[in-house]
Design a protein around this ligand. Structure first.
Ligand SMILES: [Zn+2]
Length: 429
């Protein structure tokens, strides 16, 4: 006996017309046709049912602050950091909590139920940390929120950087962050990577650093991060976020670097929307793309997962909490247009990110948590193409968000009256 059966689902691995039985909040059967009855049934009518989207890189303390206290006039990374520095001293805990909760509402409707957020620890008052810890508790019934201690103004460079950072970890932040390329010198950056990996080893925490978010090919902190990961025995528990300098590095150097990263089992987190928007700003033409080497890193066996990074904040006025928008951009920037490529990109928004975040019970297997999304698309390729509505979002077997299918009404004589951009336009077999 099942609590719920989802009938006729297409799965991300390509299986079609599959039934998914749910009992006690877990997936208890996946079969071509489940004969049993259930208290409730949902007919997916041949639409894609996926595990939820996972965002491994976000800034929940800055989200939805667009226009406060002013707009980013130049639209650059450095003005964004300066602007956040203006907002941070005047923001209240209540505002931070309110904005984060509103973002989480949006995320749930987009089927995004797992988020890793960096939290700025630079201001010694640590209002951001207090607020995000409160948010982590409040959203726990519907979103798993991991928090990274993020020394935005530099671990060494900020006046109280080290003490504030350590206090944030004492308060219960989950992960050790860093920003080596923003320290005063390359030497300070290198030293910060070593110091922060040591802290992670001592405290038994994972690491996730903003690393080499620059077009400077000589910004090579990822090499140090990989080496320190091995030195401190942190293999598989360390993430390098952005790594945009790899785009511009010398190919010989990269041929040595990628195997080192693989040995350290570094989780790689590019942020395609932000990277394509913010990198290459010192170029005239040709203008670099500034995203790290996604295909080469995947081919070398590294776990690559994509982050949204920003939604309507000092760095990025756009964004919608839709990880498919992130994947759509990734396909274009990485030029991953093949069929297998698109499958890899979808994995980078779901299972790879779950691995990066160390999620347990995630996935579409018997015994996993019944956390699922039904999309208005028939397969992963169509999902990436259309960024369709999430018809239903389930958490532990309960529907927690719904959207109506997106149907266009057409008022043209002799043409169809209704257009479903998924079903009506699927390629014919
Ligand atoms: Zn970031």
């Amino acid at each position: 006996m099942f609590d719920l059966i989802i009938r006729s689902a297409n799965l991300p691995d390509g299986r079609k017309g599959i039934d998914i039985g749910i009992t006690g909040g877990k997936i208890s059967a996946i079969d071509r046709s489940i004969a049993a009855q259930a208290g409730e049934e949902i007919d997916a009518i041949g639409r894609l049912v996926s595990p939820p989207f996972v965002d491994p890189h976000f800034h929940m303390d800055a989200t939805l602050s667009l226009g406060l206290p002013r707009m980013n006039v130049s639209g650059t990374l450095l003005e964004g950091i300066a602007l956040w520095g203006e907002l941070r001293p005047i923001v209240t805990k209540e505002e931070l909590v309110d904005r984060a909760l509103r973002y989480c509402d949006l995320a749930v409707t987009q089927g995004l139920l797992f988020i890793r957020s960096h939290v700025d620890t630079s201001d010694p008052k640590l209002v951001t940390v207090e607020a995000m810890i409160e948010v982590r508790e409040k959203v726990a019934p519907y979103i798993d929120l991991q928090l990274v201690a993020f020394p935005q103004d530099g671990y060494y460079r900020a006046a109280d950087g080290i003490s504030s950072f350590n206090r944030a970890l004492d308060m219960g932040v989950d992960i050790v962050g860093g920003i080596p390329h923003f320290e005063r010198t390359m030497g300070d950056g290198t030293a910060s990577v070593e110091a922060l990996c040591r802290i992670a080893a001592d405290r038994g925490l994972p690491v996730d650093m903003h690393c080499d978010e620059t077009d400077d090919p000589l910004s090579r902190h990822i090499e140090t991060l990989a080496a320190q990961t091995i030195r401190f025995g942190l293999q598989g528990r360390v993430a390098g976020s952005h790594l945009t300098s790899m785009h511009s590095m010398d190919n010989y150097y990269v041929s040595k670097l990628i195997p080192l990263m693989a040995e350290a089992r570094i989780n790689v987190i590019p942020n395609p929307l932000i990277n394509i928007m913010l990198q290459g700003r010192h170029d005239t033409y040709p203008k670099r793309r500034g995203m790290t080497r996604v295909r080469e890193l995947m081919d070398a066996g590294l776990n690559v997962s994509f982050g949204h990074d920003c939604v309507m904040d000092p760095w990025y006025s756009m964004g919608s909490g839709d990880m498919l928008e992130v994947g759509h951009m990734a396909i274009h920037v990485a030029q991953m247009a093949g069929i297998d490529d698109k499958k890899k990109i979808f994995d980078a928004l779901t299972v790879n990110s779950a691995k990066t975040m160390g999620l347990e019970g995630y996935g579409l297997e018997v015994g996993c948590n019944a956390d699922l999304v039904i999309l208005q698309a028939q397969d992963t390729l169509e999902a990436l193409r259309l960024k369709p509505n999430r018809l239903a979002v389930l958490r532990r077997g309960k529907v927690i968000a719904r959207s109506a299918p997106r149907i266009g009404e057409l008022l043209l004589a002799g043409r169809p009256a209704r257009i479903d951009s998924s079903l009506d336009y699927a390629p014919r077999d």
